[in-house]
Design a protein around this ligand. Structure first.
Ligand code: ADP
Length: 542
């Protein structure tokens, strides 16, 4: 067989030759921007020319500080296809972390959406190694900044030829990099090769995985800077799917629903908090999204109550698990054909089975001894495969590999005899009470089953007798604000969880702090939480 290099240039070839008429729609301040792959390819060529003119060479890192929009997609193609490395910057990192990742990656140029200038401006004068900034204008007056001269994206493109001599790339060369969001210590860089991106794309497309096809209209509500954008940009390119981009209006349920409706979304993708908001909005307004047949949901576990609500709204959720280090797709919540009807919901709520291409095991975190798939034993998920990291950029955290070559995810799970993965918790979130483990995730999901509860996050706090005990932070649904009691929640949990799992305290808050991508930020909760004794006197407690 031919020794064909597996590179992202193949996606470029497909959108140009096979799908020129397919649309890419981006929400704007007013209305939408509409283009096609056919119109976009000459611009991708021009962008590559502009990068070359700026002195970008093969292997150089090109940063993007951008929302989900068509120009970000142009960068997703032009940068790796001309041999450089796309570094998507997480716009919600703390300034010191943002500075760290720009320096660690050694970004030569940064492309920046105009509305994000204030974020980069916090680093004015602190990132001298960045040679150029390119402004992606939205036509409004540019906000004041101290970042120095900025080149204009459209002017750069206009000066270039609509043809570009794409180089012959090696599949093992770097295509992109993405940093973990640094819940502990500095963020760590993950480098994706062309080969890993190509194979991951093939994995994403499989019918038992995300099943994208030319007939689908895909609406990624997951930020394009998060975990390789869940692989969706290239998967849509391979398949020829129409794409809808929300730009910066990701957390706004009315706008998400309107865009999905008017543009005919069939597959939507986002973390559970997005769907909690959307479900609430649909319930309130009576609106429905009948064309959407799949809601891809990952990033954190789907609460049972959310999946049930979404089922009632006619929205079928497909659970997916993965992480930045796994490109990110690791498993999908497909249900085996032999599972009886009355167990289907339970299985859909698991993190599903490993995607073909990814090998998985659970192992004792200390001895790395493999544990049985009996649905009872639990240990760390460890993974192997062509799109799984073998370490971090600049050798950060070398402990993440086992001596026999498996990547240590830090997630704790059980696996049932049918291969369904059931995530118990993240290693760092599991609550160790009197030598036994309590799953913060299970506890949260049980509490979120209460009809008056909007969100619940559980953390372990140091306890003099039990080492740690659970504390639940609960947000009531707006219509029940101030009307829910701790007793009511405790009674509700009775019989649903083991007695010794009952949270020692339930603290009512107005909002659960979220990470850059909308997951519960337990680091913030932990750092701000009053210890048990102090809290016992707190008036906020009910
Ligand atoms: P961050 O650390 O910023 O959240 P990632 O997106 O890489 O960045 O996070 C990956 C982690 O998210 C996984 O290790 C796992 O703990 C959690 N996760 C992802 N998908 C799921 C899921 N379907 N169910 C439970 N946890 C999930």
């Amino acid at each position: 067989m031919q020794d064909y290099e597996l590179t992202i240039q193949h996606a470029l070839w497909r959108i140009k030759r096979l799908f020129p008429r397919k649309e890419i729609v981006t929400k704007q301040e007013v209305g939408v921007h509409r283009t096609t792959y056919g119109e976009m390819v000459p611009r991708i060529n021009q962008l590559a020319g502009a990068l070359r003119r700026l002195g970008i060479k093969e292997g150089d890192r090109v940063g993007t500080l951008c929302w989900n929009n068509y120009r970000h997609l142009e960068l997703y193609y032009a940068v790796p296809c001309m041999g450089a490395v796309l570094h998507t910057l997480n716009l919600r990192l703390f300034p010191k972390d943002l500075q760290f990742v720009i320096e660690d990656a050694d970004d030569q140029v940064i492309f920046i959406d105009q509305t994000l200038i204030p974020i980069l401006n916090q680093l004015a004068g602190k990132i001298p190694a960045v040679k150029r900034l390119v402004l992606i204008s939205n036509g409004q007056p540019v906000p004041e900044h101290q970042l120095g001269e900025m080149l204009d994206y459209e002017t750069l493109l206009a000066a270039e030829s609509t043809d570009y001599p794409w180089p012959q790339l090696k599949e093992q060369s770097a295509a992109a990099m993405c940093y973990t969001s640094g819940t502990t210590g500095n963020p760590k860089g993950v480098v994706y090769s062309h080969r890993s991106q190509f194979l991951h794309t093939m994995g994403v497309l499989q019918v038992d995985n995300l099943a994208l096809s030319e007939k689908e209209t895909v609406f990624p509500i997951v930020p394009m800077f998060h975990a390789n954008s869940w692989g969706l940009p290239y998967a849509c390119g391979f398949a020829g799917s129409k794409i809808i981009f929300p730009d910066r209006w990701m957390g706004d349920a009315p706008s998400v629903v309107e865009l999905a409706e008017t543009e005919g979304a069939t597959i939507v993708a986002g973390v559970p908090t997005i769907w909690t908001n959307v479900a609430g909005y649909l319930e309130q307004t009576g609106k429905r999204l009948p064309k959407v047949h799949t809601v891809i949901c990952g990033g954190s576990a789907i609460p049972r109550s959310l999946m049930e609500r979404m089922d009632k709204l006619g929205l079928h959720m497909l659970h997916a698990w993965g992480m930045t280090e796994t490109s990110p797709l690791g498993s999908t919540g497909v249900v085996r054909s032999w599972i009886p009807e009355n167990q289907v919901l339970d299985r859909r709520l698991t993190q599903g089975i490993a995607v073909s291409g990814v090998e998985i095991r659970i192992a004792d975190p200390a001895s790395f001894e493999e544990l049985p798939w009996d649905g009872v034993a639990f240990g760390e998920i460890q993974v192997k495969g062509p799109w799984i990291a073998k370490g971090y950029y600049n050798n950060a955290d070398p402990e993440k590999m086992t001596p026999d070559g498996w990547f240590r995810t830090g997630d704790v799970a059980k696996i049932d005899p049918d291969g369904h993965i059931i995530i118990v918790d993240r290693t760092k979130d599991v609550i160790k009470s009197g030598g036994e483990w309590i799953s913060s995730v299970d506890l949260e999901n049980a509490i979120m089953g209460h009809p008056k509860v909007l969100e619940a996050a559980v953390i372990g706090l140091p306890h003099p007798r039990w080492d740690e005990r659970p504390v639940a932070f609960v947000v009531e649904r707006p219509e029940y604000k101030g009307k829910v009691t701790s007793e009511e929640i405790r009674e509700f949990l009775d019989g649903k969880i083991a007695k010794w799992w009952l949270p020692d305290e339930i603290r009512f808050i107005t909002e659960v702090p979220k990470t850059s991508v909308g997951k519960f930020d337990k680091k913030v909760l932990r750092s701000g939480a009053k210890p048990f004794t102090e809290a016992a006197n707190a008036t906020a407690q009910r």
